[in-house]
Design a protein around this ligand. Structure first.
Ligand SMILES: [Mn+2]
Length: 289
């Protein structure tokens, strides 16, 4: 199994420069670096060529993530805004291809984090989202990109909270490059059984995020049963990637969006954060190979 980590573990703001993380994560024992694609519009093509060359030189795979800002909500009733969102994604997909990124995951079907006070109509929003996603999928396919629909917990989203809803959504879109995506942090809140949820996604699972129940790096003795997850992924013959998405630091937009209101790192230095990540991937290899 190819194992990765999301760069935001070390950062307080989304975006930023991903280049130094390629070499760092290689050194820490990862195969994959996941980057945030939401600010790709700020960078020129030459930056993405540099990313691709750096990843290649280090033997690293790059994957993408995006929690769409409200103006990129494909389920919006504002069709002019959705049209602009397609333009935004067109630029992102083109740059992803330059960087060699062939998959992106997140709440691409909606926006994130959801403002529940503004109200919503789940059935109507889902229908609009499915229609828009068919078009987005064709745009992504032109760049060899797969779109992964991440199932989120109820406090962060409303359209897809459980694996069965994810599978239903993916089947409704019915495009080969639109897949389901699970995350152990969200599943731990919403699913009756994490392994059963994984088994439900057989044939549709495109990406997998992992973390402890409180989003620390996976470690022995935590509350997530990594062996039963490995068994379930093995049963469904999952051949995609596994990317850890730890969040332990307060502060900035990352800390606010993720709701980190105490220093879960206990004042960890960057060297300590590095060690925790390296220990985690070493542990995961004993279970996932
Ligand atoms: Mn996730």
């Amino acid at each position: 199994m190819k194992l990765g980590i999301y760069y935001a573990y070390w950062e307080h703001e989304w975006g930023g420069n991903f280049l130094p993380y390629i070499e760092k994560c290689k050194r820490l024992g990862f195969d994959i670096l996941e980057v945030a694609c939401g600010d790709f519009y700020k960078e020129s093509d030459s930056y993405f060529k540099e990313l691709r060359d750096c990843a290649k030189a280090n033997g690293m795979i790059l994957t993408g993530g995006y929690g769409p800002r409200p103006e990129h909500n494909l389920a919006s009733t504002d069709s002019a805004a959705v049209k602009k969102a397609f333009d935004f994604y067109a630029d992102m997909f083109r740059k992803m291809e330059i960087a060699g990124i062939d998959r992106i995951g997140g709440a691409l079907y909606s926006y994130w984090p959801v403002d529940f006070k503004s109200g919503f109509d789940k059935a109507a929003d889902t229908q609009r989202s499915v229609n828009s996603m068919r078009k987005l999928a064709d745009m992504a396919a032109d760049h060899g990109i797969t779109l992964c629909m991440e199932s989120l917990n109820r406090f962060e989203g409303y359209m897809i909270n459980e694996a069965y809803e994810d599978v239903d959504y993916v089947k409704a879109v019915d495009k080969p490059n639109v897949k389901a995506m699970l995350d152990t942090f969200h599943m731990n809140i919403e699913e009756d059984s994490i392994p059963d949820a994984i088994r439900l996604t057989k044939g549709t699972l495109g990406h997998f995020h992992i973390g402890e129940a409180n989003r620390r790096c996976p470690h022995p003795g935590g509350r997530i049963n990594w062996q039963e997850i490995a068994d379930a992924l093995n049963d469904i013959e999952y051949d995609g990637y596994m990317v850890m998405e730890p969040f332990v630091q307060m502060g900035g937009t990352v800390g606010k969006d993720i709701s980190i209101w105490r220093d879960m790192s206990h004042g960890a230095s960057e060297a300590q954060l590095d060690k925790d990540a390296a220990d985690s991937v070493k542990y995961l290899r004993t279970i996932f190979g």
